[in-house]
Every structure is written in C-alpha cells, then in structure tokens.
Design a protein. Structure first.
Length: 302
C-alpha cells in the first residue's frame, strides 16, 4: 500500500530533500506543506508529483490537523531563531496525534543543556529536544503513534551562506575561513543536508525498526584547520583557518549570534552529537564527505 506522507517545510533544505527522495522511492505519495504554493520551489515539487498544500506553522492546531487528515506519516521540523520551537513543535505533534497519523518523524538536535549538566544551553537545540520528549510521551500514551528522530549536523551548505571563505585583505591571494570551532576542541560533525532525504525514507519504510530511535548523520568530523585544508585542496588556493573564540563571536550583535556562540561552545566541549550513535545513518545511505560536497557543487574561489 502506498503511504501518504505529509512533509512540513517542504521547500526548505531538509523538507525538499525528503520530498524528492520519497517521490523517487515510489512507495509514497507526498503532501508538501508550504507557505507559498506559487513559489518556484513549490512548482518544482509539484512537477515531481507532490501534492502542494498551503499551510503555515503559525496556523491553529485545528487548521494543521485538517491538512494532516489522511496522512499515514509526517516529517516535521521547527525553524531556529524565528519561532518558539517547543510551542510550534508540540502543536504539530498534537495535530498529527489527533489526526490519526501512524508515524511521526521529527528533525531534532541533541540536548545541550542536559548533556552539559546545565552549563551550556543552546536554545535551538534544547527547544527541539523538549519537542522530542513530548512526542515520546505521546507515543507512550498510544503505542500505535510511532515516533522516530533524525539529527542533522552542521551543514556543509553553511559555507556558502553564513561562513564562506573570505579573501585576505593583505593582497597575498589567499583566503581564510573563520569559525568559533576550537582547533583544540572536539572535531565538528558536518554533513550534506541533502543526505537527510534517504535517511528519512528508510525510517518511514521501516517504522518498527526505527520506533523511538534517534538517527544522527555526519559526513565526517573535522577540525577548523582540516576544513581549511580541504578548501585548499579542492580550490587550488591557499585557505587558512581563523579561530574566533565563542566569547568574542557572542559580541558580534547580529540576530542569533548569542545562540550560535553557545552552540560552538557546546560543539567544542562535547561534539555535535556527544555519545549518540552515528553509525546508524552510514548503514542506511552513503554519506557525502566534505571534499565530495565541494567537488560535486563545483566549488570555486575567485
């Protein structure tokens, strides 16, 4: 029987990967939720065979429950920095629970506050984890409501947006990459966000196997200097690493700077996934390495 999967954030990086992989698999029908059904991203998903439905996570629980009617499974996520993720995530979970959804897959993150014994709180990590705890309780109250969880790493794609290599101002022709990732701390798990689609597809195909399971994925854990070396190797240009201590990064003042500084403090001491099992994802799909990602995306430095 073909399952109907409703995907939240369907035109975003995670959601679009999930939609495309499910449609490619052939065992699923996909209902793609989007704020703007007329966007180019929505149109491209429609051309692939997705049902496009207008929905906003600011909608009421009742409205969300309505768009979930008939869904066998849901892939849900919340968006950092722009919403109370715990509030939104619980509302989506309640709507799915009451709509009769059988399998709820949530994109979460490790509980930084719990792992650090209260010393480091990364809001967009801990808010997601509160959603995970809530969803697990829903599954306990009704075992037919199966829940599974996927944890994404630091995206390679962030090097095209938030942290691109920058040309040195001294005119030496070289570049530098600046991050609050301590070279003497834990290497940082990174990955291609596009890998999430294959992982979620496998989870949805084997709901009992992945019931209650967290699947973190990583294409490799690298230090800042190792990241710079790979940039140099692929680009043919000299790229050096510049460590910005989180305490300094925190003072930069842009929206989310404080949250990101805490995130890197957590990364530096505990690693992205701490002691969660990273081997599960590599048994599901081939995970893209950083070098492969740069080559596949035709990365170049001018």
């Amino acid at each position: 029987m073909t399952k109907l999967v409703t995907v939240f954030g369907a035109t975003g990086q995670q959601g679009s990967s999930v939609v495309r992989e499910l449609l490619k698999n052939g065992n699923f029908k996909v209902r793609a939720l989007t704020r703007d059904p007329n966007s180019e991203a929505s149109k491209s998903l429609k051309e692939l065979g997705a049902e496009i439905v207008k929905s906003n996570d600011t909608d009421s629980k009742e409205a969300i429950q309505e768009v979930l009617k008939g869904s066998d499974a849901v892939f849900a996520l919340t968006i950092a920095f722009v919403q109370n993720e715990t509030e939104v995530g619980k509302k989506i979970a309640d709507a799915a629970f009451e709509a009769g959804v059988k399998h709820f897959v949530f994109s979460g993150l490790a509980p930084s506050n719990k792992i650090s014994n209260g010393r480091i709180s990364v809001p967009h990590f801990d808010q997601k984890y509160l959603v995970e705890e809530y969803v697990r309780e829903l599954s306990k109250s009704k075992p037919s409501f199966i829940s599974s969880f996927v944890y994404a790493p630091f995206y390679y794609q962030n090097f095209k947006t938030f942290f691109p290599p920058k040309k040195n101002e001294n005119g030496d022709g070289g570049y530098s990459i600046s991050l609050p990732s301590d070279p003497n701390g834990k290497p940082m798990d990174m990955g291609d966000v596009d890998n999430i689609g294959s992982i979620v597809c496998e989870i949805l195909l084997n709901e009992n196997k992945y019931s209650g399971v967290v699947v973190p994925f990583s294409g490799g854990a690298l230090t800042g200097p190792e990241i710079a070396n790979i940039f140099s190797k692929v680009s043919g240009k000299s790229v050096t690493y510049n460590f910005i201590p989180p305490s300094i990064f925190r003072t930069f003042g842009f929206p989310g700077a404080d949250d990101l500084a805490s995130m890197f403090e957590y990364y530096n001491e505990f690693g992205v996934f701490h002691d969660f099992d990273k081997s599960i994802a590599s048994k599901i799909t081939k995970l893209t390495t950083f070098e492969e990602y740069l080559k596949n995306s035709n990365f170049k430095l001018d």
